[in-house]
Design a protein around this ligand. Sequence first.
Ligand SMILES: NC(=O)c1ccc[n+]([C@@H]2O[C@H](COP(=O)([O-])OP(=O)(O)OC[C@H]3O[C@@H](n4cnc5c(N)ncnc54)[C@H](OP(=O)(O)O)[C@@H]3O)[C@@H](O)[C@H]2O)c1
Length: 316
Amino acid sequence: MKTLKFKNGDQMPALGLGTWKSEPGEVKKAVLTAIKEGYRHIDCASIYQNEKEIGEALNQAFKEGMVKREDMWITSKLWNDSHKKEQVIPALEKTLEDLQLDYLDLYLIHWPVAFKPDVSFPEDAEGFLSLEDAPLTETWKGMQKTVDNKLARHIGVSNFKKEKIQQLIDNSDFVPEMNQVEMHPLLPQKELVAYCHDRDIHLTAYSPLGSGDRSEQMKKDNEPTLLENEVINDIAEKHNVSPAQLLISWQLHRGVVVIPKSTNSKRIQENLNAASIKLDNDDMEKINGIDYNFRFIDGSFWETGGKEYSQEALWG
Ligand SMILES: NC(=O)c1ccc[n+]([C@@H]2O[C@H](COP(=O)([O-])OP(=O)(O)OC[C@H]3O[C@@H](n4cnc5c(N)ncnc54)[C@H](OP(=O)(O)O)[C@@H]3O)[C@@H](O)[C@H]2O)c1
């Protein structure tokens, strides 16, 4: 398995299992299947509300000797209701308790958006905290403490545009080591990738298959179906692989991490097998050319928080 190297020598498997929308009743089996098939990286978040079941799976895998803790890479994310500096460690401790772990390999600020404590999803502007009340630079200080306290080996961010990363860099000695963002051929994020790679910041591609199992509420009318894209299907056919495998392989060839979600045993295995596909320059150029700036996860659900959480403020 290809890995991405961190400054301290740690290596992150470039292909991991996503777990958003993986139901508590299904995710334990999915994680155990993934580990059995050879996945060594699981992407989690407290807001996915399934970390307890993932913890049961991990515990079982370690106890039964399927894999050692040190050979797994576990990522999780700080939810928006815990952005105050002093809230970060307690939030991480809850995640560690649920996952039955002593430390995380990577902890990320999930969104550059802050809520009042214990508000999971604000119904109106009242539930939000402004970035003045909960500055990201303060959250970042809380994140650094998780490394000092050996609760997380690496820290980073998610859904951050370059200006927001730069703000953290300008106000701290600690450069984020990862930015996890939506990335696929409809949104290749070329500028952001170049900016991050210039600063030794790794990237993780979320929703790499187009996140087809999002709720209908989150979908737009007539949105494109990534897995049905003609260019993707033609090149997949040429290599005798599935469109999903091609999409995963394209990310691995670009030097980013990719975390497709599945709870289906056959597709969990199919996605892992994408790691051995070899694409040539012509394939890569054709896929790179698809770009038409489409977001499946556009952040419009934070717009009730006001101008500083508008789509323009998030991505523009
Ligand atoms: N940081 C963030 O804000 C953020 C946001 C979104 C996602 N993420 C992370 O990224 C992960 C992946 O993104 P995502 O869950 O949005 O979507 P995704 O991985 O793009 O797509 C998941 C969908 O694709 C299906 N699928 C999986 N393998 C397939 C295959 N080989 N062929 C056809 N369909 C396949 C899944 O169905 P089955 O399960 O039935 O196979 C599911 O419906 C998440 O689970 C989460 O860990 C992070």
